[in-house]
Design a binder for this molecule. Structure first.
Ligand SMILES: [Zn+2]
Length: 123
């Protein structure tokens, strides 16, 4: 059996423990050409670009982890203008096992911010 994008994404979220109420919007009309996204003003769902992600299935877990970190950042009151938002999401995703990231450069800069996003039980 081959799992679809939504199945894989849901499995990643289930592993995190605090994402049960988070929806998945496959090919959301707002996604444009982005791989995936979260509106920081409405951290209740993750948008996924199915055609792009289905072409790069090895990135799906990493991308969903990154977006889940945006959900946590938003729950902490962070916004799209919070410094380091993208890099911190990548660095936290790496801590959780992501193998593909776009923004991460120097994660040693963001240790405190990353720590704030990951419960010790997930490390
Ligand atoms: Zn992002």
């Amino acid at each position: 059996m081959k799992l679809g994008l939504e199945d894989v994404a849901r499995a990643v979220l289930d592993r995190l423990g605090d994402m049960a109420g988070v929806g998945l919007s496959i090919d959301d009309p707002d996604i444009g050409n982005h791989l995936a996204g979260v509106w920081m003003e409405d951290p209740t769902y993750i948008m996924l670009n199915a055609s792009r992600l289905n072409a790069t299935p090895d990135r799906v877990v990493s991308v969903v982890l990154h977006e889940a970190m945006h959900i946590r950042q938003a729950r902490l009151g962070q916004t799209s203008s919070t410094p380091g938002l993208e890099e911190v999401a990548d660095c936290a995703a790496i801590e959780l096992g992501a193998t593909w990231t776009w923004y991460a450069r120097d994660c040693s800069t963001w240790v405190d911010e990353v720590t704030a996003l990951i419960p010790v039980t997930e490390l």
